[in-house]
Design a protein around this ligand. Structure first.
Ligand SMILES: *Cc1c(COP(=O)(O)O)cnc(C)c1O
Length: 470
């Protein structure tokens, strides 16, 4: 019987992160400042520490992980790689299914992999307090934990709807010593303005970002802002996943034919695939590995969105980011995979997609929960709704293998547990869950609005994004 869990000793924890930038099929297009229509990063330097900005723009392939960060990582890393033997048996597939389990972290997901270095670099540069937004609370709890590890304060603006309906994540943040406010709040200009117009506003991620960024800008001397996904430095911090997984697979003399993960902003998935992509470009890969991302049909940014410059936030505070987007005015349907409801995606995912280095599949939440149910009842771990999209992808692949008789090696990232998502499971088990499909016309509407707002957008796109197809 093969091992069910493949562990690495603590001293095998990676000493460097891998940065994909120098190995991309084409250079990353710059951010654009809408005020000048030229490359520019806007407010970014005022709210991030210098070390983080340097990493964001770095062309270095390998970046040292500070010893103090590795020391905190050691609280839960290296994370286990599981072989899903029971699931394989239930599917009667000749395929081998492995998953990298990031739910063992203190916050229950992959997010502390970046929260910890972000808190560390802020502490080193004299920041006293970190601000951020959170939707359902995954990122807020990860940052609260990381801040506590380095003696920083944390202020989290949590979308009002989640603040009221999902109180346990809020309590978790408090347990880590952070303060958590329902957004819109009366603590910021942005929040007060919205509350004045609509005292019962339920909030949104865009509003919460505006509040967290304003707090960091107004209190520039003591506070900085931290981000949970999309930015390049965040994805790079997540590569500890893939670097460990590669070593773990080596221990059992295996290598993936295909790798699945879910994409909200793209950080957990990039963290797993980048090191395998590196093997490919360095011509060290023993196989032609396929990279398949999964998203929600309710938020199909890669499968239905456009690759264009758009704001990263609803309030249009961020510079324009070159990415697949549904439009920054996208209003997500109330699906349970809260982490997948972001309108855009990491720019590197867009580049890899356009260069045909990876593909994306979209699933509706009923099919996703069906997959999660089979996983729970075979493997015993209750997954968060987001990585259940990756489980769905892996199961479908294993079933195709059953048809063809191929003994493929399938790897996916189980980026978080679902212990705070039981209300979602309750809705699924009681048969009240609805499949949502975001209409293509809506994307076209948003794109039209975006072009009306910035009539010069297509020329900027042409100049910076629309290089020759690779
Ligand atoms: C935040 C989150 C996501 C989505 O973010 P990515 O940057 O795409 O990884 C997915 N799953 C979980 C459990 C999350 O907490």
């Amino acid at each position: 019987m093969p091992d069910r869990k493949i562990f690495l000793p603590e001293d095998e924890l990676p000493k460097q992160w891998y940065n994909i930038t120098p190995d991309l099929p084409r250079p990353l297009p710059p951010f654009i400042d809408p005020a000048t229509k030229e490359p520019g990063v806007g407010i970014v330097p005022r709210i991030f520490p210098k070390a983080i900005i340097a990493q964001e723009l770095s062309q270095e392939r390998w970046i040292d992980i500070p010893e103090e960060v590795r020391e905190v990582y050691r609280l839960w890393r290296p994370t286990p790689l599981y072989r899903a033997i029971n699931l394989e048996k239930a599917l009667k597939t000749p395929a081998k299914i492995y998953y990298k389990y990031e739910g063992v972290s203190p916050a229950g997901s992959h997010k502390p992999n970046t929260a910890v270095p972000q808190a560390y670099y802020n502490m080193k540069e004299g920041t006293k307090r970190l601000t951020t937004e959170t939707g359902a609370g995954q990122w807020g709890s990860a940052l609260s934990f990381a801040a506590a590890m380095f003696g920083l304060k944390a202020t989290v603006y949590m979308v009002r709807a989640s603040f009221d309906q999902k109180p346990y994540r809020k309590m978790m943040m408090k347990a880590f010593g952070a303060e958590c406010f329902a957004s819109p709040s009366n603590r910021t200009e942005a929040g007060r303005k919205i509350l004045k117009e609509d005292p019962n506003n339920r909030g949104s991620l865009g509003i919460a970002i505006s509040e967290a960024v304003e707090d960091a800008l107004v209190n520039e001397e003591e506070a900085n802002y931290a981000i949970g996904s999309v930015f390049n430095h965040v994805l790079m911090h997540q590569t500890v996943e893939g670097l460990e997984a590669k070593k773990q697979l080596e221990l059992v003399d295996d290598y993936p034919d295909v790798i699945y993960g879910c994409i909200g902003g793209g950080s957990s998935y990039s963290g797993l695939i980048w090191p395998f992509y590196y093997d490919k470009v360095a011509k060290k890969a023993p196989k032609e590995t396929k990279f398949v991302a999964t998203e929600a049909t309710a938020c199909p940014k890669v499968t239905k969105g456009q690759y264009i410059y758009d704001h990263g936030d609803t309030a249009r505070i961020t510079p324009l980011v070159p990415m697949h987007t549904l439009g920054h005015d996208f209003i997500p349907a109330p699906i349970h995979a809260g982490g997948l409801r972001y309108h855009g995606i990491a720019p590197t995912i867009s580049i890899l997609t356009q260069a045909k280095q990876m593909t994306t599949e979209a699933y509706n939440q009923i099919d996703v929960f069906d997959a999660a149910k089979l996983f729970i009842q075979t493997e015993g771990i209750i997954p968060a709704p987001e990585p259940s999209h990756a489980i769905k992808g892996a199961i479908d692949e294993a079933l195709r293998c059953k048809q063809t008789g191929e003994a493929k090696t399938i790897l996916f990232v189980l980026c978080g547990h679902g212990h705070f998502d039981m209300a979602a499971y309750d809705e699924y088990f009681s048969g009240n869950l609805k499949p949502y499909e975001y209409p293509t016309e809506k994307v076209a509407e948003s794109m039209e609005k975006l072009r009306k707002l910035y009539p010069w957008l297509d020329s900027v796109n042409k100049k910076f994004i629309n290089c020759e197809p690779v």
